[in-house]
Design a protein around this ligand. Structure first.
Ligand code: GLV
Ligand code: MN
Ligand code: MN
Length: 413
């Protein structure tokens, strides 16, 4: 195949769509706060659907609130090729994390249409529900439910900090799109390709506009609940106190010490701490915190994660502690054949690529379990991500979208 599909990828259109979606949930610091199924995310979905419908794509959703825009194939019964990522963001997120994968897929499909091709298989642009896991934990709910990796029934009761459940938020989202039909979860898929900003510094440092992702490092997440007893800050005697916040900080420090490695391969993060009643003059009765633990090696990740409950118990002092594991996701490698598809498409376009692993998690983790899957990365400025300052260059996004367009055209033929 020549590069005629990629010739229809439009750099400015791709960039303008990023800037337009960034208006939904725009923050004063030029980032976005567009958490899963929020009003802002629903508005972004609406704009995406409008763009897709204008191209002749058919929107549909599913019981997990994933959004699909389908370009019909010549063979209507053949399983589709899927490509996308997510529209939700972290509370202080950037304009590109997730959005790029969705808009690059839309741009690729538009390029295929404009090239006059009619692919044999359908191609569906997808925006997965709640990749980030900031409003509803854990993340990647939509792709996990779609792939059958976790039951939707277990996600529906999960509540955000305001007490709104996933089930209620899904109902609000559905009510916003009454004419968008629903299709079942776990449909057969021919292949999945996800484009994403790297969220790390390697491509920029090495001078490549496109990276072929070899795999994703493993991740285990936990929720730790420390239970003490509320008491008066002025009167309660030290030996009687069961200070949940003090215990939580001791536990977190013990965990950080235990997870420390000089080579900085282990990634250990406590990003959320909720204290009850969270009042200056009340000894904290409860502290709940998150653990995000990542490592590229399966046995190391297993061993480190398995130590968490004992470390928590040994540093809890007079408080009780409970540890729940929310996600157990081992390191994975994408199939060599799929990586070769991306590399070959890039070579046809004269785009130089390098192979690199993903340190961040992505929906492709779950798609990998049900169909041949792959990812391509484009650089972002200084590797900054999960930060309002996240930034990327139009020409890098363009190169990635051209490679994606050629890859999807090939996979759908
Ligand atoms: C995805 O957003 C991750 O946290 O890796
Ligand atoms: Mn992402
Ligand atoms: Mn993210």
């Amino acid at each position: 195949m020549s590069a005629e599909v990629a010739a229809h990828v439009d750099r400015d259109r791709l960039w303008d769509r990023h800037m337009r979606l960034a208006l939904h949930g725009a923050t004063p610091a030029r980032g976005v706060n567009r958490q899963a199924l929020s009003t802002e995310e629903i508005a972004a979905r609406r704009e995406l659907i409008e763009w897709g419908v204008a191209l002749g794509l058919t929107p549909h959703t599913d019981p997990a609130g994933n959004l699909f825009l389908r370009l019909e194939g010549r063979d209507r019964d053949a399983p589709p090729v899927l490509s996308g990522s997510h529209l939700d963001s972290q509370p202080t997120g950037g304009k590109f994390d997730g959005v790029y994968g969705v808009l690059a897929a839309l741009e690729a499909v538009q390029a295929i249409i404009e090239s006059g091709r009619s692919p044999s298989r359908a191609i569906e642009v997808v925006a997965w529900m709640n990749e980030e896991g900031s409003r509803f934990a854990p993340g990647m709910m939509g792709s996990a439910a779609f792939a059958g990796a976790a039951p939707l029934a277990e996600m529906l009761p999960v509540r955000d900090v305001k007490g709104v459940s996933v089930q209620q938020a899904l109902a609000e989202m559905r009510a916003a799109f009454p004419s968008v039909p629903e299709r079942p979860l776990q449909r057969p898929v021919a292949a999945y390709v996800e484009a994403h900003i790297e969220q790390g510094p390697v491509l920029e440092r090495e001078g490549f506009s496109v990276g072929v992702v070899t795999g994703i490092q493993g991740k285990r997440t936990f929720r730790v609940t420390v239970t003490g007893e509320e008491a008066h800050a002025g009167t309660a005697r030290r030996q009687e106190r069961k200070d949940a916040l003090l215990a939580a900080t001791a536990i977190i420090q013990s965990l950080a010490n235990a997870m420390h490695d000089d080579a900085d391969i282990v990634k250990f993060t406590v990003g959320r701490l909720e204290v009850r009643p969270n009042a200056p003059s009340v000894v904290a009765g409860q502290a709940v915190f998150s653990i995000d633990l990542r490592h590229p090696d399966e046995s190391t990740l297993r061993a480190l994660g398995d130590r968490v409950p004992a470390i928590c118990a040994s540093s809890a002092g007079p408080c009780d502690v409970g540890v729940e594991e929310l996600v157990t996701a081992m390191p994975l490698e994408f199939p060599v054949t799929m990586r070769a598809e991306i590399a070959a498409a890039a070579a046809r376009l004269g785009v130089r690529t390098m192979d690199l692993p993903s340190a961040a998690g992505h929906d492709s983790r779950y798609l990998h379990g049900i169909c041949p899957s792959a990812m391509l990365f484009v650089p972002c400025k200084e590797g900054i991500s999960h930060n309002e300052a996240e930034s990327a260059k139009p020409e890098d996004l363009y190169d990635g979208a051209r490679v994606l367009a050629e890859t999807l055209a090939e996979l759908a033929e």
